[in-house]
Design a protein around this ligand. Structure first.
Ligand SMILES: *[C@@H]1O[C@H](CO)[C@@H](O)[C@H](O)[C@H]1NC(C)=O
Ligand SMILES: *[C@@H]1O[C@H](CO)[C@@H](O)[C@H](O)[C@H]1NC(C)=O
Ligand SMILES: *[C@@H]1O[C@H](CO)[C@@H](O)[C@H](O)[C@H]1NC(C)=O
Ligand SMILES: *[C@@H]1O[C@H](CO)[C@@H](O)[C@H](O)[C@H]1NC(C)=O
Ligand SMILES: *[C@@H]1O[C@H](CO)[C@@H](O)[C@H](O)[C@H]1NC(C)=O
Ligand SMILES: *[C@@H]1O[C@H](CO)[C@@H](O)[C@H](O)[C@H]1NC(C)=O
Ligand SMILES: *[C@@H]1O[C@H](CO)[C@@H](O)[C@H](O)[C@H]1NC(C)=O
Ligand SMILES: *[C@@H]1O[C@H](CO)[C@@H](O)[C@H](O)[C@H]1NC(C)=O
Ligand SMILES: *[C@@H]1O[C@H](CO)[C@@H](O)[C@H](O)[C@H]1NC(C)=O
Ligand SMILES: *[C@@H]1O[C@H](CO)[C@@H](O)[C@H](O)[C@H]1NC(C)=O
Ligand SMILES: *[C@@H]1O[C@H](CO)[C@@H](O)[C@H](O)[C@H]1NC(C)=O
Ligand SMILES: [Cu+2]
Length: 468
């Protein structure tokens, strides 16, 4: 595999061309310097106590959530991933476009094979146009449940701390939403794959690693008792704030299966609630939304299987007053319940791009390839009576009727070295037949996908429109 062997150095944005430099100097802007950062991410098993139980989870450097990567737009980061765990893992830099740097993108079996235990791999992550909040996560099976962290991308350095596309906040806080499973993740996943059944739901949600004071053993006000009985602090996450100040919350949704559609006999609907705080990308998402809005329901038919428990953080004011000593009250009379889809929708509708002169949002206007991709949850017929999915079969997700099988050589390597037999290039631009894709009743003859590794090859710099 290709690995980055570049020496530590200061790169500069001037590689974008002398004209750019001249222009910036003429308008009197300060020089923007791109920096190179180095991180060491050690994948290791670490014991954590949550929901009154201690278990070992895979972490980066022992932290859950993992370390924050903090850069300026235009910087480059080298992340040396040292795998001291028990199985192969890759890391992905979610939302970082990395043009012409595919070996460092990370999806397992697509751009690289897993980083084997006892070995290391150095990712070169190039931040080009991104700014705002992104995140990194493991990209192998369910490892990303515990292996993830935020990427904070500040405006380019030398621009006097700005320009933000909004008033510069007084302070900021990274908020990472995640899920917690009491069981062993590998065993849970292996069992689901073995039987073809639906994957298990989480036992709690967490904010910055904590399930909050509604969860047993997490009540900050019982901390002393808890330390006595469990030997480790498992408390509610607390944010200290000051009156009158403006805080930027960088919110990352690292929840594994936010709201899943569960195909039931004669019922199929996929629901998905994903929210990423990324003020630049949001505008782009908005422009594309015209092509068809995904339907969303938090409590619709078929979306029954997710954990309804609430996760809390405590916002505490610094200053000249005596804290009450008792837990703050949960504002249940003012907070919407999960059934209030209208509240969720109107919140989403309010999310708007903040595109300005300094934060452009260049949506391509010319399209060179159009695709219509059908994302579906179907089934594979069970050879015997051992399966526990829908109709006693195995559940299988698919794209335009193709269900993926992991290769032993990654796709990029096979492409680069012209190795045959790893993938086929026939991934269709359009489904072979049209029916009511969102119908309540779908016959078996459109529910069983083909297993394979079908790839769509595009030319560099094409503008592709994909309707999902
Ligand atoms: C985690 O805890 C178990 C049981 O207490 C112990 O055997 C194991 O060594 C611990 N693992 C780590 C990585 O500390
Ligand atoms: C593995 O890590 C060492 C330092 O710990 C580094 O010198 C080496 O380049 C790394 N190898 C890869 C393939 O990243
Ligand atoms: C959610 O998690 C809580 C705490 O473990 C548990 O009591 C509850 O049954 C879970 N709900 C579901 C739907 O799994
Ligand atoms: C979570 O909070 C909402 C809103 O206050 C409330 O309606 C709901 O009952 C809570 N859920 C649980 C499981 O306590
Ligand atoms: C919201 O939920 C109600 C009842 O569950 C449903 O009738 C309505 O269609 C939903 N609205 C949207 C926009 O999904
Ligand atoms: C069912 O078939 C699978 C795949 O052929 C096999 O691995 C499994 O042992 C079988 N189970 C039973 C109960 O026959
Ligand atoms: C790739 O391999 C195929 C046969 O497997 C061959 O026909 C083709 O010429 C090769 N292409 C290159 C660029 O080597
Ligand atoms: C497709 O099925 C959905 C769900 O039953 C239904 O609401 C919709 O009207 C159908 N569309 C067409 C074109 O029949
Ligand atoms: C599936 O079966 C239905 C009748 O049950 C038929 O109308 C339809 O053409 C079939 N579709 C395919 C792809 O065979
Ligand atoms: C999907 O693939 C299966 C297996 O090759 C085939 O039988 C089925 O007709 C295909 N369905 C559609 C909708 O193309
Ligand atoms: C990509 O294509 C656009 C026009 O569609 C062109 O302006 C741009 O220079 C191209 N970029 C590269 C790197 O080739
Ligand atoms: Cu991702």
């Amino acid at each position: 595999m290709a690995a980055a062997m570049v020496q530590p150095q200061r790169a500069s944005l001037f590689r974008h061309g002398g004209c750019w430099l001249l222009l910036r100097c003429l308008v009197g802007a300060a020089l923007s310097l791109a920096h190179v950062h180095h991180y060491e991410f050690v994948l290791m098993e670490t014991n954590y106590t949550r929901l009154c139980e201690t278990k070992s989870i895979l972490t980066v450097n022992g932290e859950f959530p993992g370390p924050v990567i903090r850069v300026h737009r235009g910087d480059t980061v080298f992340v040396n991933v040292i795998n001291r765990g028990y199985y192969g893992v890759t890391l992905h830099w979610h939302g970082v476009k990395q043009p012409r740097n595919p070996w460092h993108d990370g999806p397992e079996y697509i751009t690289q094979c897993p980083i084997a235990p006892g070995t290391n791999f150095t990712y070169e992550v190039q931040f080009t146009t991104e700014e705002g909040t992104l995140w990194w996560h493991a990209h192998s099976d369910w490892t990303r449940v515990t292996v993830h962290g935020a990427i904070v991308i500040l405006p380019p350095e030398g621009t006097d701390g700005g320009p933000y596309p909004f008033t510069k906040p007084d302070a900021e806080e990274v908020i990472i939403l995640a899920s917690w499973y009491k069981g062993n993740l590998r065993e849970l996943l292996a069992e689901a794959l073995e039987t073809g059944s639906d994957t298990p739901t989480s036992d709690a949600y967490t904010i910055n690693g904590q399930p909050g004071d509604f969860s047993a053993c997490s009540n900050v006000f019982n901390l002393r008792a808890q330390l006595f009985t469990h030997g480790s602090a498992d408390t509610t996450y607390k944010v200290m704030v000051e009156q009158g100040k403006t805080y930027l919350l960088r919110i990352v949704n690292a929840i594994l299966n936010p709201l899943r559609g569960r195909p039931q006999p004669n019922h199929r609907r996929l629901g998905c609630l994903l929210f990423e705080a990324y003020h630049i990308e949001l505008h782009r998402a908005e422009s594309r939304a015209d092509h068809g809005r995904p339907s969303y329901s938090s409590d619709g038919v078929g979306i029954v299987d997710y954990n309804h428990s609430n996760v809390t953080v405590i916002l505490e004011y610094r200053g000249d007053y005596t804290p009450s000593g008792s837990p703050p009250e949960f504002p249940s009379s003012t907070l919407p319940t999960y059934k209030e889809n209208f509240t969720a929708l109107s919140f989403r509708e309010r999310i708007r791009g903040l595109a300005t002169e300094d934060h452009r949002s260049n949506v391509p206007r010319e399209v060179s390839t159009r695709m219509f991709v059908l994302v579906s949850m179907g089934m594979l017929i069970c050879p015997n009576s051992s399966c526990r999915g829908v109709y006693g079969n195995r559940m299988a997700s698919s794209m335009t009727n193709f269900s993926w099988i992991n290769p032993t050589t990654d796709i990029l390597q096979a492409y680069y070295r012209n190795i045959s037999g790893v993938y086929s290039t026939g991934f269709p631009n359009f489904p072979s037949m049209y029916y009511n894709f969102t119908a309540e009743d779908l016959p078996l003859n459109v529910s069983v996908p083909t297993k394979g590794r079908m790839v769509k090859v595009l030319n560099f710099n094409e503008s592709v429109e994909i309707v999902f």
